[in-house]
Design a protein around this ligand. Structure first.
Ligand code: CP
Length: 297
């Protein structure tokens, strides 16, 4: 496996690279829980640059870094930075790399992370670029599937906003490497874009009930309201699907969600053993530890 310098797109990783990172994450689970100490990033500084809201990605990177002995600097609110005075993203990156050993970037513009990796001398990790990619989410999703279901001979249903959800786009590309069968369950207006359908994977158009009976994993997504061209388009699909406990209780299917959820999974699902989305959020820590230690070692 070649050394991973930046992590920009899941397309940059082979199946072997992915398996290597997932295996490496196994070593960090107890550290992520705080039960074991491993200060391998002592003296290193991570810069978190988030131009869009985030809870899980930002905080799990911070947890991963600190549990491994490193430190974190945050851009904070944009109004409190010199971006508010008109400083460009490029100049901000050129400056921040003077202070940190690695940059984690979330930005609304597709391609921003690739651009950052081309101008920065420190490793850049894409934490989501618009409707583009979110590769660290994909890796933690794969880790969750491996831990809570299976990666071999997997049948998985992508449910909900398949048009705008970058986590779905990245995950499908990765699952194609593992020969998964991918069921597509979405309202007409939120169907998977043509370019993702061109991925060499086995796709099956399905309804929710059939999918629940046939798949190992339901990967549910929020409707990405912020990516719609206007409010009227959003209203046409808002609330058009919802997973409730009576639909899945006693069935051999696990429910994943990258979170945040709005109303697409009822709260009464949380009590079922099928619900693994909070564990999924935890797995973000050991997986991001594996990535950070890889790019900064
Ligand atoms: N799943 C995810 O990316 O969550 P955040 O937007 O809270 O980081």
């Amino acid at each position: 496996m070649s050394k991973i310098r930046h992590l920009i797109s899941i397309d940059d990783l082979s199946r072997q690279d992915i398996e290597y990172i997932l295996k490496k994450a196994d070593n960090f689970v107890e550290v992520a829980k705080g039960k074991k100490s491993l200060k391998i990033l002592s003296g290193k500084i991570l810069a978190n640059l988030f131009f869009e809201p985030s809870t899980r990605t930002r905080m799990s990177f911070e947890t991963a870094m600190k549990r491994l002995g490193g430190d974190v600097i945050n851009l904070g609110s944009l109004e409190a930075t010199s971006l508010a005075k008109g400083e460009s993203l490029a100049d901000t990156l050129r400056v921040v790399q003077q202070y940190a050993d690695c940059i984690v970037l979330r930005h609304q513009r597709e391609g921003s992370a690739r651009f950052a990796s081309q101008i920065c001398s420190v490793p850049v990790i894409n934490a989501g670029d618009g409707a583009g990619q979110h590769p660290t989410q994909t890796l933690l999703d794969l880790y969750t599937i491996r831990m809570e279901a299976k990666l071999k001979n997997l049948k998985i249903a992508m449910v909900g906003d398949l048009k705008y959800s970058r986590t779905v786009h990245s995950l499908i590309k990765a699952l194609a490497l593992f020969n998964a069968e991918i069921y597509l369950v979405s309202p007409e207006l939120l169907k998977l874009p043509e370019e993702i359908l061109e991925v060499d994977a086995r796709f099956i158009e399905s309804d929710l009930k059939t999918a629940i009976d046939e798949v190992d994993v339901l990967y549910v997504t929020r409707i990405q309201k912020e990516r719609f061209p206007d409010e009227e388009e959003y209203r046409k699909v808002a609330g058009s699907y919802k997973i409730t406990s009576d639909m899945i209780e006693g069935k051999d299917v696990v429910v994943m969600h990258p979170l945040p959820r709005v109303d697409e999974i009822a709260y009464d699902v949380d009590r079922l053993k099928n619900a693994v989305y909070f564990k999924q959020a935890f797995y973000g820590v050991p997986v991001r530890m594996a990535i950070l230690s890889e790019v900064m070692s």
